[in-house]
Ligand binder design. Sequence first.
Ligand code: ADP
Ligand code: ZN
Length: 522
Amino acid sequence: MTSATAPALQVLETTFGYDSFRGQQGEIIQTVVDGGDALVLMPTGGGKSICYQIPALVREGTGVVISPLIALMQDQVDTLAAVGVRAAYLNSTQSLEARREVEAAFLSGQLDLLYLAPERLRAAADLLDRGRLALFAIDEAHCVSQWGHDFRPEYLGLSMIHERWPTVPRIALTATATAATRKEIAQRLDLGTAKQFVSSFDRPNIQYRIEAKAQPLQQLLSLLRTEHAGDAGIVYCLSRASVEKTADFLVENGITALPYHAGLDSGVRARNQSRFLREDGLVMVATIAFGMGIDKPDVRFVAHLDLPKSVEGYYQETGRAGRDGLPSTAWLAYGLQDVVQQRRMIDQSEGDLAHRRNLSAHLDSMLALCETIGCRRVQLLQYFGQESEPCGNCDTCLAPPETWDGTVPAQKLLSTVVRLERERNQKFGAGHIIDILLGKTNDRITRGRHDALSTYGIGQDLSEQEWRGVVRQLLARGLLAVQGEYGVLVITPTSGSVLSGDTPVPLRREAARPSKAARRAV
Ligand code: ADP
Ligand code: ZN
């Protein structure tokens, strides 16, 4: 094992003001200082930046940092300047004059670090040839993975780095990668022989909680009021409209909240982002356009009002909570409608069958995490290939969900779906199927003579909410599927084994929603 030598330690202390390396930082830094390549997987907040910043300072020449986070480059450069590191950036937002100045500084050897947007690499290649290069750092390296959740085509062009500058050491960093993504990164960036550094993905100070969506805005408000009054946090929503609606709702309820999404004017976005970073206790309501690379240590909660599209996305977004190591909450409310909506988006997405299958697989893993009756953390870490013990700090560990035998209700539900399809050649969404089971009378039931079905009214022993739970859990396990623009329910190849009684269906009991009085009392 190599450990960091004197020059690296000295930079750590004098420039960054830390007295020791964290985790594998020392070995990573020494590998690159010695001219080797490294592939670094470290959770958000783990301390990836100094892994390339220190080698850039120790080695001769300029460290070139490829980063997709154009909006943050100015911030990063300013932060470095404050500790006396000579850094600059080249991206498309710059004036020609500003660019010339940076180029001149680079050529005369006055830059320790040069941040570069990936799409500028080709244009900057001749410039880089004429200067002295200490290393290449490829930040957010998972963006090269076509099957990942955050693919950026410009990243594919980064394979030129090794071809054009074969002797310059490279370090690729990411906070999110399954074994498959890691392999893809190594292959696409030609890092097959790079030393891999995989840190633990556990963020023990984050409490993971996932609950059923009933009145999401009220649920969110109650979380903020009872546990996170005055705290800084991020609330993620899927659409711009729901970002606006949620931010308005929080403001009306006395919480300082700001919206952030790609539809806002860039000036407004920049202002809201910098207020979030600098002021205390602000709540940012945002689409996933917000957050990558945001370094705010005291984010106390990350709430999701809509289901993330993948476990990787969920992990990365929740990972923005509690970088300072203090107790923090990752809270998600999800409902049947989320599943229907996301399946529809997948069905309608452009791209070939393989692509849609891949999106489906991502969604399935996310659903499985939501519906697990075991420890959330165990399941989350397992997804990243890490075995662990039940954590004692997630909702299922703190209040193990009760399970019940849902085989008969599952059969009732599936046979309603089958009958409608076989006898009537009709398909319906969950709402109508549940109405039939509950024996409701409404227009659609009367018109379709669904009150004549043998399953009409046979589900009155469960509430509507419980039925929605049954549907969700069957969907999560692939025993039922949802299809098409209207989100109709259809059976799957495995539904038959439930109907025949060969597959028992233990279900998680829906947590009763605490009454208003009880919530106030918390
Ligand atoms: P990442 O990029 O992995 O999300 P950062 O590089 O932004 O993480 O580091 C997260 C925080 O940890 C920063 O505030 C950083 O200053 C701090 N940090 C990094 N390395 C150390 C260290 N060795 N000792 C103390 N603090 C550190
Ligand atoms: Zn747990």
